[in-house]
Design a protein around this ligand. Structure first.
Ligand SMILES: NC(=O)C1=CN([C@@H]2O[C@H](COP(=O)(O)OP(=O)(O)OC[C@H]3O[C@@H](n4cnc5c(N)ncnc54)[C@H](OP(=O)(O)O)[C@@H]3O)[C@@H](O)[C@H]2O)C=CC1
Ligand SMILES: O=CCCC(=O)O
Length: 359
């Protein structure tokens, strides 16, 4: 197994078997020279910054060493909750980043940090070697990739398109077809992890598609994430992401029921959160969201409308293979009720409000 560890502060890559540091430096030539091409045995014994190591093991096959032609110019489409910190981390690592967003003002913070701007997805794609897209849903992902002035119009041989949005496999395959028709390469790479992991460069990439593009962009994924999985054909990354989010949506729905039930029978829901955190069903999500849910506060990290979209898409996936998913179906109904109460843009933990409203 190849083991690659990365300091999340300095972007120094230490590898047991690869020249990954030099690969990173080729991507990001503006990196201070100290961070480039440092052989592992010449690192200072005392780090300049506190080191927090990321471990890349996974089914994730080969790391960056397999890349030979490295993209210098990186495009990023979609400056929402996730796209903004992801692009920001690329910029902070010294990469040459060009951004676009439907609502242009959301590009301004990135432009202040040194990002370039292009007024349309096709112009971003035309001016970049690799273009990432982080968009709301299947419709926007399709439109931005394949619509009028979509990225595909700016793609061509030697370029790559990496869609990190959460969409269904059919949408991803359609986008793949449009991009490949231009002679460019395509990778789907949806992410597990929310706003904070995106800010901290701790996302988990679920990649599938062109293996050579996966190898090429691996150093960029490693800047934005803590691990990556290569899952084979286009559609597998989307499917993995939907299964994970189907589980998460159901977990949050049943957690909401538990919080309300505990309170109704006279227990302190804060104690419930503590008990849960110490046992076999402990999950970071419960400890993270529980206290604010008890206060009826839902600061948005993962919008509820996206969680409901993911449940809908996961149910479609289950339907396509005749897999029974009654728990997810019930959870989906609850998120739909929450949406009807105007909670679409709240955090998905606001689903608890749908249960309160049902009383
Ligand atoms: N937030 C999270 O915790 C996570 C989200 N995801 C997934 O990542 C994706 C993005 O999520 P997130 O950043 O939270 O979402 P946001 O709602 O914050 O951002 C959505 C982005 O999509 C753009 N967009 C929406 N509709 C269109 C359209 N018709 N044409 C062009 N652009 C459009 C928005 O542009 P504009 O600013 O103009 O509205 C914005 O840039 C989603 O697929 C989500 O499921 C995955 C992991 C975690
Ligand atoms: O798609 C959103 C996932 C959020 C998370 O993994 O915490």
């Amino acid at each position: 197994m190849t083991l690659l560890v990365k300091s999340s502060y300095s972007h120094r890559f230490l590898s047991s078997s690869t020249p990954a540091m030099s690969v990173c430096s080729s991507f990001c030539p503006q990196l201070p020279s100290y961070f480039r091409q440092k052989p592992i045995n010449s690192l200072p014994t005392k780090p300049l910054f506190p080191l927090s190591f990321k471990v890349f093991s996974s089914q994730a096959t080969g790391v960056s060493a397999e890349a030979d032609e490295l993209p210098g110019r990186i495009g990023f489409l979609g400056m929402g909750i996730m796209g903004t910190p992801m692009a920001q981390n690329l910029l902070k690592a010294g990469c040459d980043v060009t951004v676009w967003n439907r609502t242009k003002s959301k590009c301004d913070p990135l432009i202040s940090l040194g990002a370039k701007y292009q007024p349309s997805p096709d112009e971003v794609a035309a001016s970049c070697d690799v273009t990432f897209a982080m968009l709301a849903d299947p419709e926007s992902a399709m439109d931005v990739a394949c619509g009028k002035h979509g990225a595909a119009s700016g793609m061509g041989p030697g370029k790559g398109y990496v869609d990190v949005s959460t969409v269904d496999g059919d949408t991803s395959k359609l986008i793949n077809g449009h991009i490949k028709a231009t002679g460019a390469s395509f990778l789907e790479a949806p992410v597990s992890g929310s706003k904070k992991p995106a800010e901290d460069g701790q996302l988990i990439f679920l990649a599938a598609g062109d293996k050579s593009l996966y190898n090429t962009v691996a150093p960029l994924l490693d800047i934005m994430g803590k691990s990556r999985f290569y899952l084979g054909d286009v559609g597998n990354g989307a499917a993995m992401k939907l299964v994970v989010n189907m589980i998460m949506g159901s977990m949050m729905a049943t957690f909401s029921e538990g919080l309300l039930l505990s309170e109704k029978v006279g227990l302190d829901p804060n104690v419930l959160v503590e008990v849960v955190s110490q046992g076999a069903i402990s999950a970071p999500m419960y400890s993270l969201k529980g206290p604010s849910m008890i206060e009826s506060l839902y600061p948005t990290a993962f919008p509820l409308k996206h969680q409901q979209k993911d449940l809908r898409l996961a149910l479609g996936l289950a339907e396509s293979v005749s897999q029974s998913t009654p728990i997810a179906a019930a959870a989906n109904e609850l998120y739909k009720v929450a949406k009807s109460h105007g909670l679409s843009d709240e955090d998905f933990s606001a689903v608890i409000e749908a249960l309160k409203a049902k009383k």
